[in-house]
Write a protein that binds this ligand. Structure first.
Ligand code: COA
Length: 391
């Protein structure tokens, strides 16, 4: 292992769903003042999967342009992070591997720890590349966030997948050591195996998140990390975008800084734009923040970016990255904006129908109606097996 080996994110691509429910539509249905959604939690819309979309179809749509650009020749591992898995045994990444026609000489595995899983996948990928810098790892974070109808969490639903190619000598972002780590056994958000929707103690989860921010930062500082002022921007996990503002204020206060709202907005404002329209994408959310920042910011070459990944339950990690010269030529800004703008708005009745949709569990043949105009779809459930196909 070479001491000057740099490892990090070589490419990043995201995909989301066919449909969007705007918060204006939700507010008109449930009588909530729209200010609570737009200003109070900082959300404008939530991505809603069509019946033939799920974490696999979004993941394949996010990863396909990466495999197309770089080929799969050096990708020997796919790590798929999710907390809305479609199977208790088989890794969802194997469906993606198959849809993208990747070589059999690949290891594929799925990881889970609530919304933190994508960062675990990224860190594990970095370890693999330190072992063999000629290899690349495809990290995919894909989730559908789903709460009960009329639950306070309902307004923070969403769905998206982010795919990242992790490699030596990365073209976008070098990930730095050290990491600051934090774990606490807490039931702020969870989903028992028998439930399709998550359970959450919303206000408890905000407190738990803020404690995790302080804990992860404390460890980061003790491990010899950068000073807070060295970072140009911060990507936080965003269950709703106002949470990033709460977290950043908390970090600044924790480090003895006065709260200057202009400074807070400068540090995180651009990272929230995609999440505000997409909603909570759980494992993908912090990296959707990175995509939004890189796509929109003035030149960040050589700048340090801080990451705070939080997963209820709870685990958090703070780490830094440095933006690589020439990164702007590799971005997928137009495709990312299109992924958000191409979604079709749906009315409340259609949203409710999709929310309540579930597959029969009798093991029969159940074709799924064609709805998505994305590149991959769930075609059927047959003999208890999910059948995916290119559209
Ligand atoms: N105009 C502007 N702001 C308004 C408003 C209005 N008309 N009405 C309410 N608000 C503000 C509130 O003041 C509050 O802001 P604050 O947090 O800065 O005090 C915010 O909107 C939310 O209002 P609140 O009454 O706390 O909403 P809620 O009880 O419905 O809960 C969540 C909000 C986020 C806790 C809830 O959506 C939830 O449980 N989400 C899922 C869990 C989650 O995302 N956890 C985060 C950590 S992972």
């Amino acid at each position: 292992m070479s001491a000057d080996l740099t490892v990090g994110i070589h490419d990043i691509s995201f995909a989301t769903t066919q449909f969007v429910l705007t918060h204006a539509t939700l507010a008109a249905h449930n009588g909530t003042d729209i200010g609570k959604y737009h200003t109070g939690i900082g959300q404008r819309g939530m991505s809603v999967p069509a019946a033939d979309e799920d974490i696999v179809t979004m993941a394949a749509a996010a990863a396909a342009p990466i495999v197309e650009r770089h080929s799969a020749d050096r990708i020997r591992t796919i790590v798929f992070a999710t907390e809305s898995s479609v199977d208790q045994a088989k890794a969802a990444g194997i469906h993606v591997h198959s849809l993208l026609g990747m070589p059999s000489a690949t290891r594929v595995v799925e990881l889970k720890q609530a919304c933190y899983g994508g960062t675990a996948a990224l860190q594990f990928a970095i370890g693999l590349i330190h072992r063999d810098p000629s290899q690349q790892v495809l990290v995919i974070a894909s989730d559908v966030s789903k709460y009960d109808l009329d639950d306070p969490g309902e307004a923070t639903q969403g769905a998206a997948a982010v795919a990242m190619l992790v490699s030596a000598d990365p073209a976008l972002l070098r990930i730095e050591e050290p990491s600051g780590l934090f774990t606490a056994d807490i039931m702020d958000f969870w989903r028992p195996n028998y439930r399709a929707t998550a359970l959450v103690d919303g206000h408890e989860s905000i407190t738990a998140y803020l404690e995790a921010v302080a804990g992860a930062w404390k460890d980061y500082a003790e491990q010899g990390g950068r000073a807070l002022d060295e970072f140009s921007a911060f990507c936080y996990h965003q269950p709703f975008t106002k949470m990033a503002y709460k977290a950043h204020r908390h970090l600044l206060q924790n480090c003895g800084h006065e709260i200057d709202e202009e400074r807070v907005t400068r540090g995180i404002g651009l990272t929230t734009t995609y999440n505000a329209d997409v909603g909570n994408s759980y494992t993908a959310s912090v990296y959707l923040g990175l995509a939004a920042l890189l796509d929109q910011a003035d030149d960040l070459t050589g700048r340090a970016i801080g990451f705070l990944s939080y997963g209820s339950g709870s685990v958090a990690e703070f780490f830094g990255g440095t933006v690589v010269p020439g990164y702007r030529e590799r971005l997928r800004t137009t495709t990312h904006r299109d992924a958000i703008s191409r979604r079709q708005p749906i009315d409340y009745a259609r949203y409710r129908e999709l929310h309540e949709h579930s597959f029969p569990v009798d093991g029969g043949d159940h074709p799924v109606p064609r709805e998505t105009t994305g590149p991959y779809r769930l075609a059927a459930l047959s003999g208890h097996k999910r059948i995916y196909e290119p559209r």
